[in-house]
Design a protein around this ligand. Structure first.
Ligand code: MCN
Length: 785
């Protein structure tokens, strides 16, 4: 071999800010998203959705649509009954209700699917939808979750599917730890407040969509989808269509984000597939933005009647809450969102007496589902404001009270009274660091205020409804010495192609440019659950480390044979395997790879000539939780945020002057990506507190189903976030020490801003978002008092 290339071990990439491999294509507009796919003979489908929120379906007649020029086919609910399975049951508790491609007897929310049309062009499909004859008998809508609880409220879901279901309540959830009444009796202060949170959109830049392509020769249905989870879609789709799972192939091109809103199967994926199978042609079905707003999953809005008990020294002794959880007309993981919020949402405190009841209710609004933070931002909005309220009543400093209460165990693992097992944390240092960073003790100018909030988020966990937390990676050393990573956990903005390549490059000693992540494809990727719950670095990253180790063992076995040394005497680096201490004596990986393919007779005796390795990682489950449903979590990221705001008394506008975030993400694989994740998470939290909300009229019609009216935060709203720091306490449960980063930026934001606003104005805002209008009304009211 030639010595022209460098030898020896290259510097490690894990832990360094490697620029993202995926960015060139994304930033130059060359990345291919679903809507960029154009297949020969492809036709276009569109869904006709109900404009009415709640109604009996009298007629949906698609015959007139078939007369429209260019229209090829149309379908509605009635004809599919018995031929297509509803997928509520198939998802094993994930969803409740008769999830079916179309409403059949009843419409439950504005935007629910009534019919679909497929035509040669998108506009012809649109015209076809307009020709469908629909007769609905409108029923009263229920937008307010508390009104939905009234015995006189119209019944939305007519089938009770849950043990505790009753009326519009589809499930109930409670926590009982210790004795809140005793804590209340002994407390120096008990603060009580009603809080309400908002319905927030996923607001992914790329609306959901898919292309279905049925091949009648092989019988394989290929679905290109903008999904977060290929196997969830493959398995449910196959069962819904009643075809073998091997006859469904799910492929994912570039995805323009999801934030949890693309984490399950949607009706449009079923509809496009049905059309493609009926016509034998590829069918594209992209959702217009308004459809995503009306029918996509949203952050579950909640009403809390919360109380917090505190001792005179500032120790939090108890928490009680009654939550009305608005899960919309259909629920996607709704009960789990409450479960996580009421349970993990109590961290980072070790509260000994916790008493929570919740009613999870249906309203005639868009389905509630998972969204970045999964119940934590709502819980923190409530609890962290109560902490400030109690501290202020006792004349204590909110920082000092938090310093007293945040867990700071001398020994790990540490078990909280609620049963959370904490394997490591630096939350106390995070709190102090971010408070210092905004000058917590400095005096405030008029209309300026500072606020704090802390949270923890499980970042690897058993799936909310399945008994697993599985990720898998298959690695292949190609015959030219490059490495391909196959994974079914979809990267939709998290930089998996870079993060995984860093792990592989370090483990095999190859340059990062030699490692690439294959697009997720259910035909080639090993089974894994998908991307959600901040499990990428912790769970998928660990599977990748293990696969890398296995592939490395194979590579070393061949090199040892060729170089006539023991594998233990070898090291890797700069695309080579070399003898330790003798960096010039070695063999290039491409030669090893070629040996396993083209010179198999030179392999060690008995060596199976394949340079592939598969490994899985599955988070062990902690089961002894007080609620009896099992505590899902095993490693928790920590987040402490400090906000400095100014309120403009003339416009009601809140300006974030300064914002500091200190996070415990454990061992960080790529600091650049993690910082970006925190910034993105922050932006989502900022939208939740300042401007985002679903506004329905009394008939349940969504009044702001576009980015013109739905005010997501933009780059001009987000302040300079230079004070974002990591204080890593590596996980001792995850090999490698990683914790998740994807959701930590979001959780504390609404509460930190809410507390800062109180500091600035003396007004406690309890309803999200704190819009300028609400601020002005509150300021005027305060002046009058
Ligand atoms: N990372 C790292 N080292 C760590 C932790 C994370 O280098 N110790 C990097 C990794 O590249 C990792 C990324 O940060 O993939 C995100 O961290 P992680 O917490 O592992 O999250 P996942 O990869 O599982 O992604 C899911 C998470 C969730 S739950 C939501 S919601 C979310 C988020 O990621 N949605 C996003 N971030 C998003 N970012 C974008 N751009 N778009 C979305 O839709």
């Amino acid at each position: 071999e030639t010595q022209a290339r460098p030898t020896g071990v290259a510097p490690r990439l894990v832990g360094t800010s490697v620029p993202r491999k995926e960015d060139l294509a994304l930033l130059t507009g060359t990345a291919r998203f679903v809507d960029d796919i154009r297949l020969p003979g492809m036709v276009h489908a569109r869904i006709l959705r109900s404009d009415v929120a709640h109604a009996r379906v009298r007629t949906v007649d698609t015959a007139p649509a078939l007369e429209v020029p260019g229209v090829l086919d149309a379908m509605a609910g009635a004809e599919l009954v018995g031929k297509v399975k509803p997928w509520g049951d198939l998802m094993q508790d994930l969803l409740v209700g008769d999830h079916f491609p179309f409403a059949t007897d009843k419409v439950l929310y504005q935007g629910q699917e009534l019919a679909a049309v497929v035509a040669e062009t998108p506009h012809q499909a649109w015209d076809g939808c307009e020709a469908v004859r629909v007769e609905l008998e409108e029923l009263p809508a229920v937008v307010d979750p508390e009104e939905a609880l009234s015995p006189t409220a119209p019944l939305i879901q007519e089938q009770i599917l849950y043990e505790f279901g009753e009326g519009n309540v589809f499930d109930r959830y409670k926590v009982r730890v210790g004795d809140f009444a005793a804590a209340e009796a002994e407390a120096a202060v008990v603060v009580r407040q009603r809080f309400a949170t908002n319905k927030q959109a996923g607001a992914a830049l790329e609306p959901h969509g898919c292309v279905a392509d049925y091949d009648s020769f092989t019988g394989v249905l290929t679905l290109y989808s903008s999904t977060q989870s290929i196997y969830m879609v493959r398995d449910v789709l196959a069962d819904v269509l009643q075809i073998p799972r091997t006859k469904v192939r799910v492929l994912v091109p570039a995805v323009g984000a999801g934030f949890g809103s693309k984490a399950q199967i949607f009706a449009h994926e079923v509809i496009a597939s049905l059309f493609s199978m009926r016509l034998g042609r590829p069918v594209k079905l992209m959702l217009p933005r308004a459809d995503v707003f009306r029918a996509g999953t949203t952050r579950n809005a909640q009403v809390h009647y919360a109380e917090l008990a505190m001792a005179a020294d500032g120790t939090i002794t108890g928490y009680r809450d009654y939550i009305v959880h608005n899960t919309g007309a259909m629920s996607v993981w709704g009960n789990q969102v409450v479960h996580i919020g009421t349970n993990v949402g109590m961290l980072p405190y070790a509260i000994p007496n916790v008493h929570v009841d919740s009613d999870i209710v249906h309203t005639t609004t868009a389905p509630g589902g998972p969204l970045r933070g999964f119940g934590i931002p709502q819980a923190i909005w409530v609890k962290e404001q109560l902490v400030d309220m109690a501290a202020r009543e006792l004349g204590l400093d909110p920082l000092a009270v938090r310093e007293r209460n945040v867990i700071d165990p001398a020994e790990f693992p540490y078990r909280t009274p609620m049963g959370h097992v904490i394997d490591s944390t630096s939350i106390k240092r995070c709190l102090q660091t971010c408070a210092d960073a905004i000058g917590w003790d400095a005096p405030r100018a008029p209309y300026e205020g500072k606020g704090l909030a802390v949270s923890m988020k499980y970042t690897s966990a058993r799936h909310p409804s399945l008994d697993t937390d599985l990720s898998a990676v298959r690695l292949r050393l190609e015959t030219d010495g490059t490495v391909t990573i196959y994974s079914s956990d979809v990267s939709h903005g998290q930089g998996h192609a870079t993060m995984l390549a860093q792990i592989v490059a370090d483990g095999l000693g190859v340059g990062i440019e030699k490692v690439s992540l294959a697009p997720p494809d259910s035909m080639t990727a090993p089974f894994g659950l998908g991307t959600y719950a901040s499990r990428g670095a912790a769970v998928l990253g660990t599977a990748c480390r293990l696969a890398t180790q296995r592939l490395r063992d194979k590579v070393l076995a061949i090199a040892a044979h060729v170089l006539e040394v023991a594998p233990e005497d070898l090291d890797t680096g700069n695309d080579r395997v070399f003898v330790k201490g003798l960096p010039d004596t070695g063999i290039y990986l491409e030669i090893i790879a070629a040996t396993a393919a083209y010179r198999t007779h030179q392999l060690p005796p008995g060596f199976e000539p394949t340079l592939e390795a598969v490994a899985t990682y599955d988070t062990p489950t902690e089961r002894e939780a007080p609620d009896g449903r099992g505590n899902l979590s095993v490693t928790y990221s920590g987040a402490a945020h400090a906000a400095h705001v100014r309120v403009d008394p003339d416009t009601g506008r809140i300006t974030v002057l300064d914002y500091a975030m200190a996070h415990d993400t454990g061992t960080v694989i790529n600091p650049l990506i993690v910082e970006g994740q925190h910034h993105g998470g922050f932006a989502m939290g900022l939208g939740m507190v300042l401007s985002e909300d679903y506004v329905y009229d009394e008939q349940g019609r969504l009044l702001n189903a576009s980015f013109k009216d739905y005010l997501a935060v933009t780059a001009t709203d987000v302040p300079e976030l230079s004070k974002t720091v990591e204080i890593p306490a590596p996980s001792t449960m995850i090999p490698g020490g990683q914790k998740g980063a994807g959701e930590s930026g979001t959780g504390p934001v609404p509460a930190a801003i809410g507390n800062a606003v109180f500091d600035a104005t003396g007004i406690r805002f309890t309803t999200l978002p704190i819009t300028p209008q609400r601020m002005l009304v509150a300021l005027r009211e305060k002046e009058r008092r």
